[in-house]
Design a protein around this ligand. Structure first.
Ligand code: P6P
Length: 337
């Protein structure tokens, strides 16, 4: 038989993961499979956005004051509708919605909670820049009945899985259930996600830094000193680093996960708590980067240890190669001296 490439679909990979857990009921696998369907439906619209009257804004604003773009709204609704009826969830929470998203009374209640950013980086939609969806999955903590805020406001280390999808030159679904980080590339000709990045590991140190330097005048002294350090000319320590900033978190994160480096959205005079949300962005990506050998902190505390007190609570974010994140923390600790 010819050595045809191993055709491992996302569905097969999820099934194999279930078989590795003898007590598994298939509930978790069903949840992940439904998520993959939602992502394919979003891909279908994102990939032809320019051809439909789906670009532009809805004139609405989300809880963070960002203009909600039509694709945002479509992605948000698609995920909710794809996930509401499977009986896997007791509640959902979305970056595009102020409050908790209940499971409709006519559908069964499950034991998991899904939190998600349906279409992150959407300000780039019109420019055809890569955008993404981010997901975090927790086990409920309340005993039964409809899920509550208590089920959502959990620290990131309690996640049982996290995933993101990048809609770019190709569409890649990356997920982790605690047993490695694995990436699957969508083959549009068959509508299947095929394993393309098995057991992803991020380099211990990179040579890329990603931050919006337009905010540099508002940074504290330690942050400014760190960026100047990265620009220093010292080949033996791999400096200067290259600056790469797309302004789309999933795209910047995915590149740095593969190549190594650090993404930063620090607090500053305009963003006293940073810009990114703990639940929908920082915790799911922190879960993934730690399982890929990297690190994620708010500049001092581990992201996965943060307990959000509200659904849209923000945090500064330093995420990527472990040595790079630790070096940033060192400069932030030293501050201005
Ligand atoms: P800034 C996109 O709006 C987003 O939420 C992330 O995807 C991205 O990393 C960040 O904001 C960019 O923010 O302030 O640099 O434009």
């Amino acid at each position: 038989m010819s050595d045809t490439i191993q055709l491992m679909t996302l569905g097969h990979h999820i099934e194999e993961g279930e078989r590795a857990h003898p007590g598994a009921t298939g509930d978790f696998s069903g949840l992940l499979s439904n998520l993959a369907i939602a992502v394919k439906l979003i891909w279908r619209e994102v990939s032809k956005a320019g051809l439909l009257d789906i670009l532009g804004t809805t004139q609405k604003e989300n809880s963070s004051g960002d203009k909600v773009r039509k694709l945002d709204e479509f992605a948000d609704e698609t995920i909710y509708k794809a996930m509401q009826r499977g009986g896997h969830l007791c509640a959902m929470a979305s970056e595009e919605n102020e409050g908790l998203l209940a499971i409709p009374p006519n559908y069964p209640i499950g034991k998991y909670v899904l939190v998600y950013d349906p279409l992150d980086g959407s300000s780039n939609i019109d420019a055809n820049v890569s955008i993404g969806s981010i997901f975090g999955i927790y086990r409920r903590v309340t005993p039964a009945g409809p899920g509550t805020l208590q089920d959502c406001l959990q620290p990131g280390y309690k996640q049982v899985a996290a995933a993101y999808t990048i809609y770019g030159s190709s569409t890649i679904f990356v997920y982790c259930t605690g047993n490695g980080v694995h990436g699957f590339t969508l083959d549009p000709s068959v509508g299947e996600f095929l394993l393309s990045h098995e057991n992803m590991r991020t380099p211990r140190q990179g040579r890329i830094y990603s931050v919006n330097e337009g905010n540099s005048s508002k940074w504290n002294e330690g942050m400014r000193n760190y960026i100047e350090f990265l620009k220093g000319d010292d080949e033996p320590t791999g400096r200067p680093y290259s600056s790469r900033y797309i302004g789309s978190l999933v795209a910047d994160f995915h590149r740095n996960l593969l190549y190594g480096g650090i993404f930063m959205y620090p607090s500053d005079a305009t963003h006293p708590y940073g810009k990114l949300r703990i639940l929908y962005e920082a915790s799911p990506l922190a879960f993934i980067i730690e399982h890929a050998g990297g690190r994620a902190s708010d500049g001092s505390r581990r992201i996965l240890d943060l307990v959000p007190s509200s659904l849209h609570q923000k945090t500064p974010l330093f995420i990527g190669s472990e040595e790079d994140v630790r070096k940033a923390e060192e400069f932030l600790r030293k501050g201005g001296d």
